[in-house]
Design a protein around this ligand. Structure first.
Ligand code: NAP
Length: 248
């Protein structure tokens, strides 16, 4: 029996990277999946590829998580297509790195708006359905730097630490209706977000990681699957680190 048979999921920022791997793995485990991203064309293309590889139902949606109307619209589309929404993965995220003294106010606001406010808006929209159904799983993709801090990433690290606070507060509010809310905190994962790093920086990072290498998007997806499925029924308000031991 597939682990997400009969479930409907929406993954934000799912046209590429970690989000795409999560959407793919959930669909492989039988879930109907809404692939939601900034570009409608890329979302639709990724959804079609996932459907043909897994045989599961998928839809591609245009979504800007920083806009409330867009979030409400995407959740409404998923409900219309699948009849409900059981699982939400808040994965969309951006970086605008700089040292604090050089960081523009607009770069701080933009990162907060997508990484933190986006998860709030999507959770609020999805929770209306989940609380009524008395079932739900919300998984927020935080980051190791939300736990450890990082020079040059004050905006990003604050947004990801904020996401942990949001996770715990939603977990407390929604627990009476069996809506579980957890976070995954990846370390350095090989995606577009990290491909810009110089080889020298990548080698240095690998040296700091006890397991001696960067992680793969699929390794984050497996943690999200655990939190989305039936093996995590007594787990809420937690942060699952997938970081090769980088931060303990
Ligand atoms: P990625 O390859 O850059 O993918 C992020 C996706 O989010 C992109 O498809 C992007 O769309 C989309 N997106 C950006 N702004 C959006 C918005 N306002 N609304 C909807 N979608 C939006 O990044 P990734 O590495 O897979 O990261 C996924 C998540 O994991 C992020 O939250 C990131 O912070 C977190 N994370 C990553 C790492 C890592 O090492 N890679 C480590 C820790 C945590 P466009 O392509 O159109 O911009």
């Amino acid at each position: 029996m597939k682990r997400l048979e009969g479930r409907a999921a929406l993954v934000t920022g799912a046209a590429r990277g970690i989000g795409r791997e999560i959407a793919f793995l959930f669909a492989s485990e039988g879930a109907a999946v809404a692939v939601a991203d900034l570009s409608a064309a890329e979302s639709v293309a990724a959804a079609a590829e996932i459907a043909s590889a897994t045989g599961s139902r998928t839809i591609g949606l245009e979504l800007d998580v920083s806009k409330e109307a867009s979030c409400d619209g995407a959740v409404g589309e998923a409900k219309k297509a699948f009849g409900g929404l059981d699982i939400l993965v808040n994965n969309a995220g951006i970086t605008k790195d700089n040292l604090v003294l050089r960081m523009k106010e607009t770069d701080f606001d933009a990162v907060m708006s997508v990484n933190l406010k986006g998860a709030f808006l999507m959770s609020k929209a999805a929770a209306k359905l989940m609380l009524k159904a008395r079932f739900g799983r919300i998984i927020n993709i935080s980051s190791v730097v939300g736990q450890s801090g990082q020079a040059g990433q004050a905006n990003y690290s604050a947004s990801k630490a904020g996401l942990i606070g949001l996770t715990k507060s939603l977990a407390r509010e929604f627990a009476p209706r069996q809506v579980l809310v957890n976070a995954v905190a990846p370390g350095f994962i090989r995606t577009r977000m990290t491909e810009g790093l110089k080889d020298e920086a990548k080698a240095k990072i690998s040296e700091m990681i006890p397991l001696g290498r960067m992680g793969e998007p699929g390794e984050v997806a497996k943690a999200a699957l655990f939190l989305a499925g039936g093996d995590s029924e007594y787990i809420t308000g937690q942060v699952l680190a997938v970081n090769g031991g980088l931060y303990m």
